[in-house]
Design a protein around this ligand. Structure first.
Ligand code: MG
Length: 368
């Protein structure tokens, strides 16, 4: 494949409603949109998804900008790329910085698929379309939470996720279970608990949750293994799984029974597919998580989620839930709790350049 030039833009999008976790409230979402141009005129699009501050991972929009401009783009400028897997191989010489890598690699995957005239899901080995969507509810009061859940269930979403911490969310989670005894329900703790809270977490067993996501510190896989022995609810790892190696360790020490795969957290599609294949061989179910991304990244996530090991509903919500106007057409639309990735080449959506330019705070172009 031929890459002619690479470009990136920091774009800023206001969220319709602020997004709360116990770590951060996000009101304005900055991401880096990346373009890879082929000599044939085709353009592939990617999105580097770190936040403006390092609350979710250590990367930020500014560290991504530096790594992409000064390290990753120059690597692609100096070396031939025949397949997107070559990008993954080239980027092995750079430690960490996975979201920066994933954004650039995603643009190359999209370009490659467009040049092959195939949808990205096909190129990645996906088999399931449409994909099944779950929703995350973030009501502040019980009434708010229950009405959100009701609305999502009416719209056909197949599972409900509630954010919890030691001092927040648990009563709301219990209220949801009481009001909806049969709904597939899960909790996400974003690493808010410690092993000392094991009894509090074991007390959630009767709620019959599908899983509890990332209960403990993101760097402590061993304590997750100890916790899993003390609770019946399956542990799902999110922030702890940054690579194939992390997934291998977690599975071998039985630190989790489910993995939430975000291609941007693990450094790109190539790494995500390696994790997928390992998890499939170990009977660990996967689902695709989200990070309040714009449509470009959502479309990439959707392509990945068509792989057969993604057997649980992912975090998929229509784009208009978050944004007045996304950068893509058609926008991400979940219908009856399902999202159908387009069968057009690449990520299957058009990125509207005028919207990127309207939202761009800064841009950079690198000729090959
Ligand atoms: Mg999570």
């Amino acid at each position: 494949m031929n890459i002619n030039c690479l470009a990136m833009h920091v774009v800023s999008m206001p969220l319709k409603q602020p997004f709360h976790t116990h770590l951060e409230t996000v009101r304005e979402r900055e991401v880096i949109v990346i373009e890879a141009h082929g000599k044939d005129g085709a353009v592939g699009w990617g999105e580097a998804s770190a936040f403006s501050t390092p609350w979710y991972t250590e990367e930020t929009v500014q560290t991504e900008w530096h790594i992409i401009k000064d390290v990753l783009f120059p690597l692609l400028e100096k070396n031939p790329v025949h397949h997107p897997n070559d990008v993954h191989e080239l980027f092995q010489s750079v430690r960490g910085n996975r979201m920066a890598k994933a954004g650039v690699e995603a643009a190359v995957w999209d370009l490659y698929a467009r040049q092959q005239n195939k949808p990205l899901y096909d190129v990645l080995g996906g088999t399931q379309r449409p994909i099944v969507a779950g929703a995350a509810c973030a009501g502040a009061t019980e009434a708010e939470m229950l009405s959100q859940v009701e609305q999502f269930l009416k719209e056909g979403y197949s599972r409900i996720k509630v954010k919890i911490g030691p001092d927040s969310g648990i009563e709301l989670l219990k209220a949801v279970r009481q009001a909806f005894p049969d709904v597939p329900l899960m909790a996400d703790a974003n690493a808010a608990f410690s092993l000392q809270d094991a009894a509090q977490l074991a007390a959630l067993d009767p709620l019959q949750l599908m899983m509890i996501e990332q209960p403990l510190h993101h760097e402590d896989m061993w304590e997750h293994a100890l916790l899993q022995k003390r609770i019946k609810t399956p542990v799902c790892l999110d922030e702890s799984i940054r690579s194939f190696h992390d997934a291998k360790s977690a599975i071998s020490m039985e630190a989790c029974r489910v993995i939430n795969v975000k291609y941007s957290r693990v450094g790109g599609h190539t790494e995500a597919v390696l994790i997928h294949d390992l998890a499939a061989s170990e009977n660990i179910p996967l689902w695709a998580g989200g990070m309040i991304e714009l449509g470009i990244s959502r479309a990439h996530t959707a392509a990945l989620a068509t792989l057969p090991g993604f057997t649980l509903p992912g975090d998929f919500v229509s784009g208009d839930h978050y944004w007045e106007e996304d950068l893509i057409e058609p926008g991400i639309k979940v219908k009856n709790g399902r999202y159908m990735p387009s069968s057009k080449p690449g990520i299957g959506v058009d990125v509207i350049r005028s919207r990127v330019e309207k939202r761009a705070l800064s841009s950079f172009l690198q000729k090959k």
